[in-house]
Ligand binder design. Structure first.
Ligand code: ATP
Ligand code: MP5
Length: 297
C-alpha cells in the first residue's frame, strides 16, 4: 500500500446515526490515533442507544465506486470492513480489495447488533467466508460470530481455540476472537486460573491465533451497559495501527489499550446502551506525557 506522510485508513461499513458504532466510531478512532480516515458506506442505519430502528442498504456498486474513488486518488494504507449486510456488497468489496492488491485488511465480521438487529443477512455468511476471509490479514469475530463462522458452539477457551483454528483455515493470517461476550466464570481464562493477576470474574480475554500459536490478551472487565460499538472501535484502532505501519502484534496491543480506555471512561450518553469514549485513550496519553514533562522540570 502507498506510504506517503499521513497514514490513511478506509472503513467500509454502515452508518450509525447514534455515532457510537459503524462508520462514525471508525472515523473517530482513526482521527484519535493520528490517521486520516476515509469511508465507503454500505448501509444507513437508524440507531440510538435503544437499538436499530431501520436499515437502508445501498447497492453493491455504491460501495465499489466509493472504494475505487478513494483508492485511485488518496491511497489506502489499511482498510477495515464492518457491516456489509448482503452477499452482493461482500462480493463487490472483495473484488475491489483484490484489484487494488491491498494486504493490510481487517475484517470485523459484523452480524448482529447488540440489541439483536440483523446487520448481515444469514445467506451472506457463505460469501463472507469464501470471498472476504481469504483476503483478510486479521479477522476479529466476537464469540457469537466465531460460532457462526466455525459452525460450532463455544463454551470454553478450548472451544475458542478450536474455532480460531477452523476460521484460520479459511484464509486470514490472524484470528482474534474477542471476549466481550464471554459470560463464563473466568471471562475466558479456563486453563490457567485468573489472567493478569485479577479476580477471574473481572477479566475479559481476547484470544489471538496467528496460524501456529495462541496468545491471550487480558484486560479488566468493566461492569457497564455502555458498550455499544466496542467491536467497531476495537477493529478501527487495529486498522489505524496497521495504517501507521505497526507490526501486527503491536497494533493488536494498541487496539486493546484503546478500547479499554474507551470503555473505562464511558460518557454515560443516551438512556439505553450508550457509546464508548473515543477520546479517552488520547487524553490518557496526553496526561502521561504531561506527567513525564513535569517530572523532567
Ligand atoms: N465490559 C468490558 N470491559 C472491558 N473490555 C471489554 C468489555 N466488553 C468488551 N470489551 C473489549 O472490547 C473489545 C470488543 O469486544 P466485544 O466482544 O464486545 O466485540 P463485539 O461484540 O464485536 O462488539 P460490538 O458490540 O461492537 O459488535 C474486545 O477487545 C473486548 O475485550
Ligand atoms: C452500523 C453498525 N455497525 C456495527 C454495529 C455493531 O455494534 P453493536 O454490536 O455494538 O451494536 C452497529 N450497531 N451498527
Amino acid at each position: 500500500m502507498s506510504g506517503r506522510r499521513i497514514p490513511k485508513a478506509l472503513t467500509v461499513a454502515g452508518s450509525d446515526s447514534g455515532g457510537g458504532a459503524g462508520i462514525q466510531a471508525d472515523l473517530k478512532t482513526f482521527q484519535e490515533l493520528g490517521v486520516f480516515g476515509m469511508s465507503a458506506i454500505t448501509a444507513v442505519t437508524v440507531q440510538n442507544t435503544f437499538g436499530v430502528g431501520g436499515v437502508y442498504p445501498l447497492p453493491p456498486e455504491a460501495a465499489a465506486e466509493q472504494i475505487r474513488a478513494v483508492g485511485e486518488d488518496l491511497g489506502v494504507d489499511a482498510l477495515k470492513t464492518g457491516m456489509l449486510f448482503d452477499a452482493g456488497v461482500i462480493r463487490a468489496v472483495a473484488a475491489e480489495i483484490r484489484s487494488f492488491g491491498w494486504e493490510r485488511v481487517v475484517v470485523d465480521p459484523v452480524m448482529i447488533a447488540k440489541g439483536g438487529a440483523e446487520l448481515l443477512r444469514r445467506e451472506a455468511v457463505l460469501a463472507l467466508k469464501q470471498e472476504l476471509l481469504p483476503l483478510a490479514l486479521i479477522i476479529t469475530p466476537n464469540i457469537p460470530e466465531a460460532e457462526v463462522l466455525a459452525g460450532m458452539s463455544i463454551r470454553s477457551m478450548r472451544d475458542r481455540r478450536e474455532a480460531a483454528r477452523i476460521i484460520g483455515a479459511m484464509g486470514p493470517k490472524l484470528v482474534v476472537i474477542k471476549g466481550g461476550h464471554d459470560a463464563s466464570p473466568g471471562g475466558g481464562s479456563y486453563d490457567g486460573g485468573s489472567a493478569a493477576g485479577t479476580e477471574a470474574t473481572e477479566v475479559v480475554v481476547d484470544l489471538v491465533y496467528d496460524g501456529s500459536g495462541f496468545t491471550e490478551l487480558a484486560g479488566r472487565r468493566i461492569n457497564t451497559v455502555h458498550t455499544h460499538g466496542t467491536g467497531c472501535t476495537y477493529s478501527a484502532a487495529l486498522t489505524a495501527g496497521l495504517a501507521r505501519g505497526m507490526a501486527v502484534q503491536d497494533a493488536i496491543s494498541l487496539a486493546r489499550e484503546f478500547i479499554q480506555a474507551a470503555i473505562e471512561e464511558g460518557l454515560g450518553l443516551g438512556r439505553g446502551q450508550g457509546p464508548t469514549n473515543h477520546w479517552a485513550y488520547r487524553r490518557r496519553q496526553e496526561l502521561q506525557r504531561d506527567r513525564v514533562l513535569e517530572a523532567g522540570r
